[in-house]
Write a protein that binds this ligand. Structure first.
Ligand code: TMP
Ligand code: ASP
Length: 236
């Protein structure tokens, strides 16, 4: 597999073409941003951890019947993935109130929700990724009804699987963000990453935050939190 030219650079990852037209290589960076890029920093070793954590979780999800873009981890920071076009939606699931939901609705952080909440944001940095609903998504032709149905049912299934998995390693899955992509033949598969950058992960007993909120909120021990997630997943 030959790594060819870079086709995209996001806030946390770069994407490269390969000599196989159906495969890309993603390369995870240590760069961290928050508040739509307003806050910038580096979390040492984050790229390596997010690469490993994402691949581990995607492999687990594949085994349970969730189609993902994962193909093969080729280095500490690089992974071969299936080529997709990203559906411009951030799909967020919340099990416990936190972050923007707590702020918007006045629900104290840590309040258990009676059922999981699924939200969409329109992936557009210039607009600050505004929250939308399925009618907006259809009206703006971001996805078809059939695609939204697939995305929703995969998302709830992923929530059940991840919640259960994290519980087993002493972590509460508070909320998380997913992105889906369309393959060349039009299939919807899970793409992007699942990592402490994109999930809120709290220690079940102490409720200590083990995710990017430590960076967003200047809580300190940011690297330690990412290391702790690695330790819980891999026992390292
Ligand atoms: P929020 O409470 O700020 O809306 O975040 C909900 C979840 O989505 C949380 O687990 C963090 C994740 N997230 C991202 O992955 N990327 C983003 O740009 C934002 C705003 C949140
Ligand atoms: N990654 C997003 C940004 O730059 C936000 C976040 O994760 O909080 O700004």
């Amino acid at each position: 597999m030959k790594k060819l030219e870079q086709i995209y650079e996001g806030k946390a990852k770069k994407v490269f073409k390969t000599d196989d037209p159906e495969l890309f290589i993603v390369d995870y960076k240590d760069d961290a941003t928050a508040f739509n890029g307003l806050k910038k920093g580096t979390i040492k070793g984050k790229g390596v951890i997010n690469n490993r954590v994402t691949n581990y979780l995607m492999k687990m999800l594949e085994e349970k019947g969730v189609p993902t873009h994962f193909v093969e981890e080729i280095s500490e920071r690089e992974t071969i993935v299936k080529k997709v076009t990203i559906v411009p939606l951030e799909v967020i699931v919340r099990n416990i109130a936190a972050g923007s939901m707590s702020k918007k609705l006045g629900i104290p952080e840590g309040t258990e929700l009676a059922c999981p909440v699924l939200e969409y944001s329109y992936k557009d940095d210039a607009l600050g990724d505004p929250m939308i609903n399925s009618y907006h998504a259809l009206a703006m032709k971001l996805a078809t009804q059939e695609e939204l149905d697939t995305i929703d049912s995969l998302t709830f299934k992923i929530n059940d699987l991840l919640k259960e998995y994290f519980k087993g390693v002493g972590i509460e899955l508070v909320d998380f963000k997913l992105e889906f992509g369309r393959t060349t033949d039009g299939k919807i598969i899970l793409a992007d990453e699942i990592s402490p950058d994109t999930c809120r992960l709290w220690d079940i007993k102490t409720h200590e935050k083990l995710d990017k909120d430590r960076f967003r909120r200047d809580l300190g021990k940011v690297e330690d939190a990412y290391q702790e997630i690695l330790k819980r997943l891999f026992g390292e």
